[in-house]
Design a protein around this ligand. Structure first.
Ligand code: APR
Length: 236
């Protein structure tokens, strides 16, 4: 049904999670086995507490993530979504991902709910730097402040502009598609419900079941997102 609804929908919004980028080579957070939070406690390593009281381990963790990010790139699925936006098939993307791959693939209408790991900023003066600084072991701003990733850490508020855009888009959706998210984290997992409440069709494409499957009009499990998107793209 997803192909039919995608053709009929006049306003389609997609929410992506880490499962959108595993086929680029980036690990997700909660998949059995390779998920990052199976090996590290996010509250202890990806939080404001870690930044303030455990800065060496914090920087080491994010230096590792930036290194991985620079070795990976958007896959065909990211480019399909960017092409759909250009052709008016897809209106916007709400992403929980910080890899910046939707923008690098050419998508423009994006709400980056959790920020972007391609950029660092100074903890004190907020001056921005490319995240490559971490690869050159540069961790301090010219003002002496610590350089931290421009992402939302556990314990921090999400950016208002991204939240407002995501809410506006969800309230306009005729079709809302979730790609590769366990829908574990609030407020990102509320946008599918907002769309559903205003009468949108909800489709969840995720390798594993989620707690939100009960609200979906269709769920697609045990299939890779890249394959699903390539199959859909062939009918347009
Ligand atoms: N195709 C389809 N589904 C996939 C694929 C794939 N190729 N790869 C992984 N998945 C699914 C996994 O089964 C998993 O359920 O994607 C889901 C990713 O879920 P999480 O790892 O929980 O990632 P996400 O939902 O994006 O996490 C949300 O949590 O830690 C925070 O800030 C972090 O943005 C992240 C947020």
């Amino acid at each position: 049904m997803l192909g039919k609804w995608l053709k009929e929908s006049k306003y389609t919004v997609i929410l992506t999670g880490a499962g959108m980028s595993t086929e680029s080579g980036l690990p997700d957070f909660r998949s059995a086995g390779n998920g990052m939070w199976n090996k590290k406690d996010p509250g202890k390593i990806a939080s404001t507490e870690a930044l303030n009281y455990n800065v060496n381990e914090f920087i080491e963790f994010y230096r590792h993530r930036v290194t991985g990010l620079k070795e990976c790139k958007p896959h065909k699925g990211h480019y399909i979504l960017a092409n759909w936006e250009k052709r008016g098939i897809l209106q916007s993307i709400i992403t929980q991902n910080v890899d910046g791959f939707h923008g690098l693939a050419g998508s423009r209408n994006i709400a980056e709910l959790h920020g972007n790991l391609q950029t660092l900023h100074c903890q004190v003066c907020k001056k921005e730097y490319p995240s490559e600084e971490y690869l050159h072991d540069h961790y301090e701003c010219t003002c002496g402040g610590v350089l931290r990733p421009s992402i939302v850490l556990f314990g921090e508020m999400l950016p208002d502009q991204a939240l407002d855009f995501a809410a506006e888009e969800s309230e306009k959706a005729e079709l809302f598609i979730v790609l590769g998210s366990s829908l574990t984290v609030t407020p990102a997992n509320q946008f599918p419900l907002i769309a559903k409440q205003i009468g949108a069709k909800l489709v969840i494409v995720n390798m594993e079941p989620t707690d939100f499957d009960i609200y979906a009009d269709e769920v697609i499990h045990n299939r890779k997102i890249g394959e699903v998107l390539e199959e859909l793209d062939r009918v347009f």
